[in-house]
Structures are given as C-alpha cells and as structure tokens.
Ligand binder design. Sequence first.
Ligand code: ADP
Ligand code: MG
Length: 374
Amino acid sequence: MSWCCLPRSRKEENPYSNSIGGIYTEKNIRLFSYAELRSATDNFNRTKKIGRGGFGTVYKGTIRNGREVAIKVLSAESRQGIREFLTEIDVITNVKHPNLVELIGCCVEANNRILVYEYLQNSSLDRALLGSNSEPANFTWNIRSAICVGVARGLAYLHEEIASPIVHRDIKASNVLIDKNYIPKIGDFGLAKLFPDNITHISTRVAGTTGYLAPEYAWHGQLTKKADIYSFGVLVLEIVSGRSSSKSLLDDEKVLLEKTWEYYEEKRLNELVDPALGDYPEDEVIRYIKVALFCVQAAAARRPSMPQVLTMLSKPIRINESELTAPGYIHDYKTTVSKATTSSNSRFKTSAGSEDSNVFSTVVPPTISEMSPR
Ligand SMILES: Nc1ncnc2c1ncn2[C@@H]1O[C@H](COP(=O)(O)OP(=O)(O)O)[C@@H](O)[C@H]1O
Ligand SMILES: [Mg+2]
C-alpha cells in the first residue's frame, strides 16, 4: 500500500504508528513512505528537480497509481515535531478550492518533512508568463483576466470563507500555478506555520518576496490580510504588463509600481499594457490596473477586501477614483522611519544615533536590508 489514512478507529492497523510515535489526527492525512517518494523521483534525481524556493526543493514525481505530483522536500528549519507538523498538514489538507493547489499528502519519516502536491502542467506564472522562455502571446486577455479573477477567488476563500482564515504571506507569480486549461491555483498557503517560530525563517526573515511586500509588513512585520491584498495588486500589474516586479527592481529602473503610478497620474495607463496582448478591451484592462492600484495603497486600511476586489474585477463598475491614494513603497518606509528616528520622541529612535544602518538593524529583522527576490 503506497499510503495510509489514520482514522482513530483503525489505530491498530496503522503501519506508521511506531515511526510517528502513535500520533493520530482528527482527519485523514495521506502518508507516503520515504521509499515511495524516493522511487517516485528516481532517488530525488537532479533531472526531476523543478524548482527551489524559500521552503525547500521541489521535484516532479510519479506515484504508484501513475499520478504526476510535485514533491516538496522541506528544508531543515521545518523539522518541527511530528505532532505540530501533522496538525498544520491537517489544516492545509482540509482547505480545498478550485483555485488552490491540492495537497495530496506528506511524508514524516525520521527527519524528513515532505509535501506531495498535485502537479500543475503549465508551471508557475513567473515562468509561463514572465520568464525568459515564456510565451506571453499564449496569455490572451481572456486568459489573463481569468487568472486574476481565479487568484482573487482563491485568496477570498482563504481570507473570508474558512473558519480559521489564512493569511498567505507569499502571494507572488511563482506561487500561482497554472493547470493545463490555464486555470490558476495558489500554492504554498499555510506553509509558514510549518516553520517553528524560534527558527530563522520566521524570526529573522520576513516571508514574502521583494516587490510584493506591503511596506507595513516589510518594515514592521504587521501581517494582516491587507498585506496579501497588496501583493495581489502587484501580481495583477505583472499579469497586465507582462513585466516582473522584481526584474524592474534589479534593472535599477523604476519599480513596476512606481511606473504604474506615474502612468496613472499622466493618464497614460494604456502604455503599461503588455504589447504581446495585441487587441484588448481597453476599458476592462484599465479597470484591472486601477483595481490593482487600490490594492497597493500605502495605507493598509484603504485597501479593499478580497470580496470587494472580486466585485470590482468582475463587473463593469465605475471606480470612484477620488478615493484612490498613492501606492506604498518599501523605500518610502525607509524614509519615514529615518525621519522618525531623528525626531526626539520617536519610537524608532536608536541608541546609536540616526544613521540609516542603525535604523535598519533596529526596526526590522537584520536580513531585511539584504532583501532579494527568492
Ligand atoms: N504543484 C506544482 N506543480 C508544478 N510546478 C510546481 C508546483 N509547485 C512548485 N512548482 C515549481 O517549483 C518552483 C519552486 O517552488 P517553491 O519551492 O514553492 O518556490 P517559490 O514558490 O518560492 O518559487 C515554482 O516556481 C514552480 O515553478
Ligand atoms: Mg512556491
């Protein structure tokens, strides 16, 4: 048997009861043996590797029933206790939605913590649309708008429709997987909790990826649904423009967001639109860009909720632009914090003075000044 479920009533039949310390979960979790995942990936062969992210390495594999899967071998920091690990897996397993990547099961043998997901044929949006080998022309406006709406639905579900809402923390193009019919599915939700609090991933590094990070989260660790909504806004701008937000950072030109706001103020928003789109319904595309601008506003409280975003995207409504304020950029926060540091009653005042470097090391996790895209 390639996997087993662990209902309470079948405790004595569970072949893993020793290896996992006799722990049982309320719900069924499909457990894979390490041997099966090793054979599914040809001994974790390099040729089967499809990517590496902040949580570990991902391999493409084929399990015994012939199904293709994505196998994520979590990095050492995730080696929390089996009980905690299974509790979180239980949560993720039970969060199901057409726009969320399905977690099929996991492996918790010895030190290994491995997740097995459904495999998405068209890879992730960063590769399929924004990558060097991408074919943006395949992404017509109908497909791009459906991707925006699908991601919005998945995120609205995580935020508003489950008993214990999940803030994703890492909405970005590489976490939007595309299936063979170009339906988007959000990956990596719920993973942050697999990394115990006292371990580097959470305590010294803000999860998320530069270019998508809401300033209040990057600088103060204020993590709310609104940080996801900010990242979603950046994602929509990438989908419409065909440009990666992190690439424009690296090129040392204006970041995508700054460029968009500049175009908005100059009433030239159509210049942002990906030329690969060919003909497109201008009113609708411009509405999408404006919705994205609402999502990335500096003041988190001004950003709409995901259900509101869904309404704004799906209906040809007239957007009240008098309510729209400028985007928040991470570097603005640096400036704000610097100013605050020089003021005598600032809560950011450092003991060593007001040098920027001191500000960095005082108010943000130490590694944030070295932020680079994952
Ligand atoms: N379920 C999946 N199906 C197909 N490809 C996947 C899947 N999950 C992840 N990948 C690929 O593996 C890469 C690495 O994924 P991950 O470890 O989550 O890192 P990140 O999300 O930071 O890129 C992704 O960019 C994606 O291209
Ligand atoms: Mg990912």
